[in-house]
Design a protein around this ligand. Sequence first.
Ligand SMILES: [Fe+2]
Ligand SMILES: [Fe+2]
Length: 322
Amino acid sequence: MQQMAPEQIALVNELEPVAAGLLEKHLATSKEWFPHELVPWSRGRDFEPGEEWDPNEVDLDPAVRSSLFVNLLTEDNLPYYFRTIESMFGRDSAWGTWVRRWTAEEGRHSIVMRDYLTVTRMLDPVALERARMQQVEGGEVPEPENATDGIVYVTLQELATRIAHHNTGKLIDDKAGYEVMKRVAADENRHHLFYRDLGTAALEINPSAMVLAIERQVRDFEMPGTGIVDFEAHAHAIARVGIYDFSVHHDSVLAPVITRQWEIQDLEGLTPEAEEARTRLFKRMERIARAGRRFDSRRAETKADADAVSDREPEPSLVTAG
Ligand SMILES: [Fe+2]
Ligand SMILES: [Fe+2]
């Protein structure tokens, strides 16, 4: 992120008491949990050095493997998310306390997911470790251009991540795996609520700036994971099985936040520029909803006519959402 503009610094300062209140609420409702208690260790065995991973040991849809791979590598990229968020909000006051607490909680996610996936041999540990090295050495994460955009992005992204984790858990077809993903998803939801309520407060302070930021962030939204090896192919697979696709994005992320929580359609007194952005925003949301319906019915047809799958064009994903 570049140097923050003075009005952005003023916004962050004005929101500090709100952040302090939300942090207190977050801590009061947090329940401590331990990764090691969720991992089915007895199902594991040693890997001999040089042993080749055998994908046939676990029967799992490759799209679910894609999702586990992308979701875990995203959690692994935490140092760079931390850097972006700390530079947006600063390291002092309630902001700093929040950012560090959030970091500690996110770290738990990669610990539990990696332990679970290694024990169960669901992913190739060598490919995973090489991809982690590449991902973290690249250090690529979305970098919103200011605090307003950042609040909008993390609000949407935490909710999107919650849904992706939860939907992945449902498709693993293993109770222990479902419990791991459900626990992680519950944390993501609480992160989402922190940012969403911060967004509500920011809307009261500067509705026009927020509407401009929402329009920009919805226009450019990508699921986290840029910089991951073969990210596009994985994202297509994830969309194909409905873990995260246009319908999910519209119905479970954009509409609940933008229309139902933030009630952007009802805001009054926007600047002309923000009014135009709001019109564009709702047009885009409608397009995303239409694309979702189109691909849902195509998926239903594909299911009914499984032989034709190979003739169809690949499912679009949020990576290519225009
Ligand atoms: Fe996480
Ligand atoms: Fe999170």
